[in-house]
Design a protein around this ligand. Structure first.
Ligand code: SF4
Ligand code: FES
Length: 259
């Protein structure tokens, strides 16, 4: 007959939350090969943990050469956007249980695919060159422009005026939207949704005075008119920003010159 202690151990093991999942990661190391390749890693993990935790387990316990960006681990810094099961997501905001499905034949969890976001040059494994993305961001002047009449205290704004651009203030520059856009995949010259979202944030700010200038920048052949309204960007945004709506509002402002 089992002792109470053994009973407890057995109970705990029966209730173990851990499952075995396979992460199928697209690896690329230009020092080894010009070609990328898929590599499978099987790990034990609590399904309530996140894809970022799984990547850490692999990096710390299995293969230290696995390369990816992350910083805050809480959906704030925007550094760990990646393509998970074919969809752009933040690894730190994606729970294993939400993306794991069971293979009906084997009864085991299907592999979770993880690869770099598309449309930007892959430097190593899950890391892409973000320079073109941030250049487009810089090009739309993502800062408040005012002239004269320096206020002695804060620049006042009505709640109604603030509401006008509230949604686009939530951007964390993760690039999930821009790198999910087929126009951007085909032509990296397109400003892309994230730059337009950040232009929107200032164009519709009643305190700003450079709206016309930003609209002219986005009136360029690589600006807002390249958008084909596929809604990929809105679906991809981990902050729930209505990206396509913001792009439409910028288009409308360009036509009416009212903002
Ligand atoms: S709009 Fe959304 S998806 Fe695009 S960069 Fe900002 S937070 Fe990321
Ligand atoms: S690590 Fe900062 S958003 Fe995921």
């Amino acid at each position: 007959m089992a002792t109470p202690l053994l009973d407890k151990v057995e109970d705990e093991s029966a209730a173990s939350p851990y499952i075995t999942v396979t992460l199928r990661i697209r690896r690329f190391n230009p020092e080894i090969s010009d070609e990328s390749r898929w590599e499978d890693f099987s790990i034990e993990i609590d399904p309530k943990e996140r894809v970022l935790d799984a990547l850490h387990k692999i990096k710390w316990d299995v293969d230290g050469s696995l390369t990816f960006r992350r910083s805050c681990a809480h959906g704030i810094c925007g550094s760990d956007a990646m393509r998970i099961n074919g969809k752009n997501r933040l690894a730190c905001k994606t729970l294993i249980k939400d993306i794991t499905s069971i293979d009906k034949k084997t009864g085991a969890p299907k592999p979770i695919t993880v690869e770099a976001i598309k449309g930007l040059t892959v430097l190593k494994d899950l890391i892409v060159d973000m320079d073109p993305f941030f250049q487009a961001y810089r090009d739309v002047m993502p800062f408040l422009v005012t002239s004269g009449n320096e206020p002695t205290r804060e620049r006042l704004q009505s709640a109604e005026d603030r509401e006008r651009f509230d949604d686009t203030t939530k951007c964390i520059l993760c690039a999930a939207c821009t790198s999910s856009c087929p126009v951007f995949w085909n032509d990296g010259q397109y400003f892309g949704p994230a730059a337009i979202v950040n232009a929107h944030r200032f164009i519709f700010d009643s305190r700003d005075e450079a709206g016309e200038q930003r609209l002219e920048i986005l009136n360029d052949k690589d600006g807002v008119w390249r958008c084909r309204t596929t809604f990929n960007c809105t679906d991809a945004c981990p902050r729930g920003i209505e990206v396509t709506k913001a792009i439409q509002e910028v288009k409308r402002a360009l036509i009416t010159r009212r903002f």
